[in-house]
Write a protein that binds this ligand. Structure first.
Ligand SMILES: [Zn+2]
Length: 191
């Protein structure tokens, strides 16, 4: 006779008590994000702290009030030429780290963003991707609104819309006509 041991049927979990440990972890998270330059939208999404609490924390850590206004809810920014190269660099790092390590979403995001900044410093170009933009990019990818597509020319992975055609050529292999010589000199190259 076989006995089924169904481990999924267990006693209902008690509601998690509002622990001091969790509270301090949330504050730590928020502080880390504020230090990275995250805007309120990011803090509200990635922590369980109240809006009022976050505002107070923000003022305390950043020494100023958070900037008002919403970020544009559009994928266009990530698809324009140099912005796309920066976004692709960040997303490649993010995906790479995500495969090899057990990190929670905030740890992964902040680690990937630090590495992106290091690469930018080495390349001596201006960082175009803010932390909040990086966060938004990951959200767009998670929502299936953006993805990575391999360039048929250089074989690099670039941020694109979902159904990019097979012969996709990236903005580095095929820079837009408006990208003059002066512009390319300060541009980030991925290869
Ligand atoms: Zn290419």
């Amino acid at each position: 006779m076989t006995t089924t041991t169904d481990t999924t049927v267990s006693t209902p979990k008690r509601a998690a008590p509002k622990s001091v440990l969790n509270e301090s972890r949330q504050i730590e998270r928020a502080a880390l994000l504020i230090g990275m330059g995250a805007r309120m939208q990011v803090l509200e999404s990635e922590t369980t702290l109240s809006y009022e609490r976050l505002i107070r924390l923000y003022k305390e850590i950043a020494g100023k009030s958070p900037s008002k206004g919403q970020l544009p809810f559009s994928t266009d920014w990530f698809l324009t030429w140099q912005e796309n190269v920066h976004s692709s660099l960040f997303l490649n790092i993010y995906e790479y780290l995500g495969k090899g390590m057990e990190l929670d979403s905030v740890e992964l995001l902040t680690k990937a963003y630090r590495l992106y900044n290091e690469q930018i410093e080495i390349a001596q170009v201006e960082p175009l991707l803010s932390f909040t933009r990086a966060w938004r990019l990951v959200k767009f990818v998670d929502a299936g609104m953006l993805t990575r597509t391999q360039c048929s020319d250089c074989k690099g992975q670039f941020v694109t819309e979902l159904y990019e055609n097979r012969g996709y050529v990236c903005g580095l292999c095929n820079p837009p006509a408006r990208a003059g010589k002066s512009k390319t000199s300060g541009a980030l190259m991925l290869h």
